[in-house]
Design a protein around this ligand. Structure first.
Ligand SMILES: C[S@@+](CC[C@H](N)C(=O)[O-])C[C@H]1O[C@@H](n2cnc3c(N)ncnc32)[C@H](O)[C@@H]1O
Length: 471
């Protein structure tokens, strides 16, 4: 048995983690993984067969960090100085304290020792070098990774500034340990790639369970029992031979999300999806009101399922393509106390709580097909623009041949580009069909004819372009 796995076993026993018929092992291309030490089989109707039970005390989330802050005065100083908090930031602070190894007061649970089993080499795109990240140009990850790095830099600066006022942490983190932005990015990568959603404890990091790799056809799952222990069990109907890897599902995520959060693409998945940002028309006088009423970042979701069926969805595109002549109106109403509130009206009806439902709201409009055609055209234009961006530039082609760049980054970036192009091309084709069908409806033909007539009247009557020529 390798020294690493012996140490892992010791640590597991020391912290009361029970296992049966499984062990830790290196798995080709995946780092560590969990494998069976016996042939294992369950029938569909069998009771769940437990493979590992992890005590609740080892679960790391905001509750455990809060408890820990009560016990450790030094950590409490740090914890109270940094805010606002949330599960992720709390856990990152805890891991930062562990990373700094701040002595007796900040040694807790198993995380101090467990850290050595976590990946220290870069594996997420946020950890890639600048040139490696440039390989993502044109993919939906390009802006996501850039935005995440900006956010991480801001967060790190804020932690540094606030902790520098506390002599203990200033000395330990910034003088003795010389913690760098890259360390903070690594802590974020650990959290993102190892955080699970437990049914009772919520988003948590769970040591030992976090050694299980992902598969789209998983053989195991996790749960919490009545003692809030985390139980890792074989799925009903699973059949494994001795030495086979046991896997769970990390969720049904797009290729970009998998690469962003876990650093790999699942080559066995035939379906694909992606999310693109959508901007309102820059010259739309209602654009600010529309963004405000919509209440979240406008996006286009596109996907192609295992059967090759394309789908697209963009609630904002419907709102974006409507204007006052169609019956859309924003009113600022004031209550008796003088508070002002913006309300959205559609054909005189208050639809303020339905700003994401315009696809349904336009159904009964007399020119609903015209309105739908506008949306289809806008979405199609955005997808086509993204397809152009996905054409590998000369710079990307040169980076693909650069021996300094990790092969893994080249491979995954190329695979992501291929998946996104395939999804976009299929959805654009579908939109083309929808556009053709809508363009041949009577209402669209009549509408376009009336537009043309109005245009000709204007041109005929307009002999001298003057101050009113806005063309
Ligand atoms: C929760 S950890 C699993 C344990 C991990 N293999 C390790 O060595 O620590 C998640 C990470 O495992 C790797 N991983 C999990 N499933 C994988 C898969 N199907 N293919 C490639 N890598 C995988 C990725 O690096 C991912 O970020």
């Amino acid at each position: 048995m390798a020294v690493d796995t012996q140490r892992f076993t010791l640590l597991r026993r020391l912290h009361g983690v029970d296992v049966s018929d499984i062990d830790l092992q290196k798995v080709e291309g995946k780092g560590w993984g969990i494998v069976t030490t016996e042939d294992l089989a369950t029938e569909e109707e069998d009771e769940a067969r437990s493979l590992m039970t992890i005590p609740h005390e080892l679960v790391l989330n905001t509750t455990t960090v809060e408890t820990y802050a009560k016990e450790s005065r030094n950590f409490r100083d740090l914890y109270e100085a940094i805010g606002p908090k949330g599960n992720r930031l709390d856990v990152l602070l805890f891991l930062l304290a562990q990373l700094a190894g701040s002595g007796e007061e900040v040694v807790s649970s198993c995380w101090n020792d467990y850290r050595e089993f976590l990946p220290h080499e870069p594996f997420l795109p946020t950890q890639w070098s600048e040139n490696e990240r440039a390989l993502l140009a044109g993919t939906s990850l390009e802006t996501a990774v850039h935005a995440k790095l900006l956010a991480l830099t801001g967060e790190f600066e804020s932690v540094r500034e606030k902790s520098s006022d506390i002599p203990f942490w200033n000395d330990l983190l910034w003088i003795k340990k010389g913690v760098k932005l890259q360390d903070w990015i690594m802590l974020d990568a650990w959290y993102r790639s190892r955080c699970l959603e437990l049914p009772k404890s919520g988003h948590s990091m769970v040591p030992f369970l976090d050694m299980v790799n992902h598969s789209s056809s998983p053989t195991a799952y996790y749960d919490e029992n009545s003692k809030e222990e985390v139980v890792f069990s074989l799925r009903p109907g699973a059949r494994l031979s001795k030495g086979d890897e046991i896997t769970i599902s990390y969720g049904n995520k797009s290729a970009a999300e998998m690469l962003f959060s876990y650093g790999f693409l699942d080559a066995t998945v035939e379906s694909g999806s992606l999310v693109l940002p959508l901007q309102p028309f820059p010259d739309d006088p209602l654009r600010i009101a529309k963004l405000y009423a919509f209440g979240e970042q406008p996006r286009i979701h596109v996907s192609v399922d295992e059967q090759g069926i394309p789908k697209w969805e963009s609630p904002f595109a419907y709102l974006m393509c409507l204007n006052e002549e169609d019956g859309l109106e924003f009113r600022l109403l004031q209550d008796v106390e003088g508070n002002r509130e913006m309300k959205v009206f559609w054909q005189e009806e208050d639809v303020s709580d339905k700003a994401k439902d315009f696809e349904a709201l336009i159904q009964n409009h007399e020119i609903s097909e015209v309105l739908k055609l506008r949306v289809v055209t806008v979405v199609q234009g955005c997808l086509q623009e993204q397809l152009e961006k996905l054409e590998p530039s000369e710079e990307v082609a040169a980076l693909q041949n650069d021996p300094e760049i990790a092969e893994d980054c080249k491979r995954t970036a190329t695979a992501l580009r291929r998946v996104e192009v395939a999804v976009l091309e299929t959805v654009v084709e579908e939109l083309e069909k929808e556009s053709t069908a809508l363009s041949s409806t009577e209402s669209v033909i009549a509408y376009l004819a009336s537009m043309e007539a109005t245009h000709s009247d204007l041109v005929e009557g307009d002999t001298s372009p003057g101050e009113d020529d806005f063309s």
